[in-house]
Design a protein around this ligand. Sequence first.
Ligand code: AMP
Length: 189
Amino acid sequence: MRLIIMGPPGAGKGTQAQMLIERYGIPQLSTGDILRAAIEAQTPMGLEAKAIMARGDLVPDEVVCGIVSERLDDEDASKGFVLDGFPRTIAQAEALDEIMQERGITLDGVLVLNVDADALIERIKARAEETGGARADDNVEVLRNRLAVYAEQTEPLIAYYKKQGNLKSVDGMASIEEVTRSIAEVLEK
Ligand code: AMP
């Protein structure tokens, strides 16, 4: 099963990706997690990404496309994967099409979690409290920027994948369990 999970920041992508990992036995491939690990390890890529991520802006396409291209060659990704947080721009989606084409693989679906902006701000506030502000980009001001970036750069992907016939839209406002159920339903239809 090769999936993308999409939705604005705070929509529950990470949580639902976790469910998909368990259900289908596939790894989660999160560009955000890989970038945070690079920051932690102070690699050149981490140093480049740090300030960009703290502002809630997007890391350059070449950087994240490089991450994904390498990660897809890992043994554990050979049976499938769930991409979380990638692609975020049309250029990234086009690069992913190429990366997959080169490997002779195709997507099984692009899940979009639909949630409203006010609910997201509340969720991010709660996450910032729970984690004691562990993520530099979990505050309301940065969230507003991340939402604006999502609307501008990432939302156009919905039309892109709709045209490809891969789009599977789910109501992300329900409880975690209900969202998980809806995802299973759209995937097994
Ligand atoms: P996430 O954990 O997916 O919310 O990502 C956290 C931050 O990492 C984002 O706000 C971006 O700064 C950066 N990032 C993660 N994935 C991408 C991507 N596909 N393209 C550009 N920047 C990304």
